[in-house]
Design a protein around this ligand. Structure first.
Ligand SMILES: Nc1ncnc2c1ncn2[C@@H]1O[C@H](COP(=O)(O)OP(=O)(O)OP(=O)(O)O)[C@@H](O)[C@H]1O
Ligand code: SF4
Ligand SMILES: [Mg+2]
Length: 346
């Protein structure tokens, strides 16, 4: 199956300015490659500061990229002129963590949802109120809320409005950057169910940035685990979460709280639909832990060798780890970047 989104060797440096001496740029994303097909969810997971949002923003060309390519439905996103990019942006929408900051507090809900239709000159103006009502209904909101202001809604309702606004322009890819993590735990499951329903109804492709493994387990077909800007492990969700090969993935899973002790979460079996390509689909799996937190932004970055080396608990850690950067290679049902992962014991 051809991928809708294909990212190759994406690299992003942030310029860092020191007070006295100029500092070296920070490599926030380092040669990241990934693909997402129609109807598929790829989750990007990793500690805070691992580069997940930078990948997400780069794909939509919301920030400068140092190197690499991004192809959307065959179009080279990073090379397009402004006009062509505007047309393509309609097909790729982003939903961020905090719905309040995504909505203008002085704009009524209906106007916020209709804005994209106006910008992209979609449909006839006289038909927009009916279209807005239909979109609000599709995200589970009463169409009468079109007259409300964002502050009159709950957090979950506001995120539904943000999703309706994204859907208004008929996207094929949604980049979801922590879409439920700012919501009350009891509301998270409802918004996740909506996200899944919409995927099935519209065959949407999702790039989901999440730090919560419970969310990922429920909705993602595949996972890419990031550490200090690199993908260190990737594969079908159940393979990565039940038989992780990389020591860092193992550490994330071990640090996650027990799902049975978190209220209101969509525990139990995954809610996601079967993967679009049966050959790449997730195998069956056992219950998995929830949640990931960490201090990736403060993690020590060695000058050479494996980036995970200062924190790696692997008994086989050796001089090669200190000198040679490991490339992704097949290990069991996943790809992992570790020189010694095949000899790792759980
Ligand atoms: N605009 C910026 N200027 C300079 N450095 C930045 C900028 N944005 C992000 N960074 C740095 O780039 C790295 C990756 O940040 P990014 O926000 O992509 O991580 P993340 O995985 O999304 O983290 P989180 O889970 O906290 O959202 C971090 O070290 C961060 O401090
Ligand atoms: S390459 Fe070495 S340091 Fe890196 S994760 Fe594997 S064992 Fe650990
Ligand atoms: Mg982020």
């Amino acid at each position: 199956m051809t991928s809708l989104l294909s990212v190759r060797d994406l690299t992003v440096d942030y310029r860092a300015t020191g007070l006295i001496m100029p500092r070296r740029p920070l490599r926030a994303v380092d040669r990241v490659s990934l693909t997402v097909s129609r109807g598929e969810t790829l989750a990007l997971v990793g500690e805070s500061g691992s580069g997940k949002s930078t990948v997400a923003r780069s794909i939509l060309r919301l920030q400068p990229v140092t190197a690499g390519t991004v192809e959307f439905d065959g179009h080279p996103v990073l090379e397009l002129d402004r006009r062509t990019l505007r047309g393509l942006r309609r097909r790729m929408q982003i939903v961020l963590q905090d719905p309040s900051s995504a909505l203008n507090p002085r704009m009524r809900v209906g106007a916020a949802v209709a804005e994209g239709l106006e910008i992209h000159r979609l449909g006839v103006p006289s038909e927009r109120p009916a279209r807005v009502a239909q979109l609000l209904g599709e995200v589970g909101l009463d169409p009468a809320l079109a007259d409300a202001y964002p502050h009159q809604l709950s957090g979950g309702q506001r995120q539904r409005v943000v999703i309706a606004r994204a859907l208004a322009v008929g996207p094929e890819l949604l980049v979801l950057d922590e879409p439920v993590s700012a919501l009350d735990v009891s509301v998270q499951a409802q918004v996740l169910s909506l996200i899944l329903e919409l995927q099935q109804r519209r065959q949407l492709a999702y790039l989901l940035v999440a730090h919560d493994l419970a969310v990922v387990r429920q909705v993602a077909h595949r996972i890419a685990v990031m550490y200090l800007g690199r993908i260190v492990e990737t594969g079908p969700t159940d393979a990565v979460l039940t038989a992780p090969a990389h020591p860092y993935t193992r550490m994330l899973i071990a640090a996650a709280p027990d799902p049975d002790h978190v209220e209101g979460r969509p525990g139990g079996s995954p809610l996601r639909a079967a993967a679009p390509d049966p050959d790449e689909g997730p195998p069956g799996g056992s219950p998995l832990p929830l949640g990931v937190s960490g201090e990736g932004a403060g993690a020590t970055r060695p000058a050479k060798g494996c980036l995970f080396q200062p924190r790696c608990p692997h008994p086989g850690l050796d001089l090669r780890c200190a000198s040679e950067s490991p490339a992704l290679r097949p290990l069991g049902a996943t790809l992992a970047a570790c020189h010694h992962a095949d000899s790792t014991t759980s």
